[in-house]
Design a protein around this ligand. Structure first.
Ligand code: GLP
Length: 249
């Protein structure tokens, strides 16, 4: 049995407060270690954070020229230039506006023909880096997914293809203009890859995340709620808004 840790939990008033706080922590991390290696998420929750990081870059408060980014996941199969792909998302919200060197940007390739081979390649990318900080968000509904580690994902899982949970498909459909474009699965970092980061920032906002926050932070640590495995990591900071915290205690 792995040791169980109690993460520090900060509850802030609003999503905007959570975004500002997380953006500041990321900027601090990069100021202290300009060549930081960061795990990055996509989805709705972190959009505001990327906006704040772009603004900080434009105001010369932060320099991304030495960081390395390793994204959590990507749909598969999907064209990199599809507007709902995470490659497109990262360019649109972040990379096109800042100075992260292209060769330091890592995302699983949704266009790969052989998904298992692509998963192995991405695992090697992760193994070649010591990840300083992982920014992790919580999946929708009862999924409690991290990355695309859906329910049933093992704590020792590594990069692989995962079929999407029905609740994930429902929640993420909003990013696809044409529902038929939505892939059935994704390539994701495994739970073990995520836990390899020296420090993890776990964030969630909104009442619709309250059940998952409670399940992940207070329920059994098990594959039924992959985010619960974060409690096996000694250095997790949870930053949530009041709405997401409303079922704690
Ligand atoms: C996608 C990502 C997950 C993330 C989730 C959160 O499913 N693959 O890593 O946890 O989005 O979604 P949102 O922030 O849109 O609620």
């Amino acid at each position: 049995m792995s040791e169980v840790y109690t993460p520090s939990i900060t509850v802030l008033d609003s999503p905007a407060d959570v975004e500002a706080s997380v953006a500041d922590l990321l900027i601090d991390q990069i100021s202290q270690k300009p060549n930081s290696v960061l795990t990055l998420p996509t989805g709705g929750t972190p959009i505001g954070i990327y906006g704040l990081l772009v603004a900080a870059y434009q105001a010369r408060r932060v320099d991304f020229s030495r960081i390395t980014t390793i994204n959590l996941d990507e749909y598969w199969p999907i064209k990199n230039n599809h507007p709902a792909s995470y490659a497109y998302y990262m360019n649109d919200h972040f990379f096109n506006h800042v100075n992260v060197p292209l060769e330091n940007q890592n995302i699983p390739n949704g266009e790969a023909h052989d998904v298992d081979r692509e998963a192995k390649r991405y695992e090697q990318v992760i193994k070649q880096h010591a990840i300083d900080l992982g920014l992790i968000t919580l999946g929708p509904g009862e999924t409690c997914h991290i990355g695309f580690n859906e329910r049933g994902s093992a704590e020792d899982s590594r990069v692989r293809y995962v079929p999407l949970d029905e609740q994930t498909k429902q929640a993420n459909l909003r990013f696809f203009n044409n529902s038929e474009d939505m892939p059935e699965g994704a390539i994701t970092q495994g739970v073990a890859d995520i836990l390899q980061a020296k420090r993890i920032l776990f964030m969630a906002t909104g009442e619709h995340k309250a059940w998952g926050v409670r399940r992940s932070l207070m329920g059994d640590i098990s594959s039924d709620a992959p985010a619960s495995f974060l409690r096996h990591h000694p250095n997790v900071t949870v930053i949530i808004d009041q709405a997401a915290a409303s079922l704690l205690n």
